[in-house]
Write a protein that binds this ligand. Structure first.
Ligand code: ATP
Length: 313
């Protein structure tokens, strides 16, 4: 549905997006993740045709965004960051204005009412946008994005600034919309990506550092997994020194949770590593009460890729 090939975007001499390529199949919800200033909004603006790329091509359903902007706008719905709305209009007036601008002439009233129903805006038609709470403004923003029934939704930080109840409501709405649309959303909230997205693209400093399903990204980073060993032994200090010698680590590298006699063995992966650690512990007069892999959470992955750098997935 969406193909981005070698996208570059510079503001003056500053390269905000560098050589970004990715594909989004139809009917999935994709999360664009990245720290502040990573380039998420810039990518979204390029996808919607609001920003002309410095280089590279973007195809949406086979059509080039730069060559066919009207067709692209009829296929896409865009909720920009900060939800710019005309605050002096009522909700209905605004949606009517959007409907006319988007060429929704036939069944206009019915389309507006259906959209208001979908977005939980029934009963708010006569309310001035200026008088709405943040959450309801967000709903109006979503309503304008879906009014012309686009196949693709591009949502820039759709839940920023909302209270926890509003976040859950907007997420339910996005999940519902994702049943028959392709959705790209940007967010800083990792739980949001976990709750909604089947594909994640992590951006750092204008470049993609990970692209795949949450499982694929976690798998690609498995080499960094820790093994946690809970041990019963007569002297944990002596054990730690011998164990570190065996692993060829400095004992300091083994993080110890004294209360639970747990040792975290960093960056070990595969069954062979676990098997040899198990054998060594048993042969050294100690009891292994528990051994488990410390699987990386999305948060761990995000921090590793965006703080420590590196191109892992
Ligand atoms: P955030 O999560 O904070 O919204 P983002 O990932 O969406 O950030 P962008 O808004 O795409 O990041 O910005 C990427 C970089 O480009 C930032 O360094 C930003 O300061 C810069 N930038 C964005 N828009 C402009 C502009 N119009 N002119 C100059 N620089 C810009």
């Amino acid at each position: 549905m969406i193909q981005v090939e070698s996208l570059y975007k510079s503001y003056g001499t500053f390269p905000a997006v560098k050589n970004v390529s990715f594909e989004v199949p139809s009917g999935v919800i994709v999360g664009l993740l990245g720290p502040n200033g990573a380039g998420k909004t810039t990518i979204m603006k390029a996808l919607t045709g609001y920003h002309k790329p410095t280089a590279g091509t973007i195809l949406i359903d086979g059509k080039n965004v730069e060559e066919d902007p009207i067709a692209i706008k009829s296929m896409t719905g865009y909720l920009p960051e900060g939800v710019p709305l005309y605050s002096e209009m009522t909700v209905y007036e605004y949606l009517e204005f959007i409907a006319e601008a988007r060429g929704v002439i036939e069944h206009k009233k019915e389309t507006i009412e259906n959209t208001m129903r979908k977005c939980g805006l029934i009963g708010f038609g006569d309310v001035l946008i200026d008088h709405l709470s943040k959450g309801y403004k967000q709903r109006v923003g979503l309503a304008q994005a879906i009014l012309h029934n686009p196949a693709i939704l591009i949502l820039d930080e759709p839940t920023t600034g909302l209270d926890p109840n509003q976040i859950l409501e907007i997420r339910d709405l996005i999940r519902d919309l994702g049943k028959d649309k392709t959705v790209i959303l940007s967010t800083h909230i990792l739980q949001e990506v976990e709750a909604l997205c089947s594909k994640i693209i992590i951006i750092n400093e204008g470049e993609i550092v990970a692209d795949g399903s949450p499982e694929e990204i976690a798998d690609a980073m498995k080499g960094e997994e820790n093994i946690i060993c809970k041990i019963k032994t007569s002297s944990i200090d002596k054990f730690k020194v011998d164990f570190a010698n065996y692993l060829k680590y400095s004992p300091k590298k083994l993080v110890e949770n004294l209360f639970q006699s747990e040792l975290v063995v960093p960056a070990q992966s595969g069954d062979a590593a676990a098997e040899s650690i198990f054998k060594w512990i048993v042969e050294h007069d100690s009891i292994l009460l528990e051994m488990r892999r410390d699987t990386l959470s999305l948060e761990d992955i995000f921090v590793k890729l965006t703080r420590e750098g590196g191109n892992h997935a």
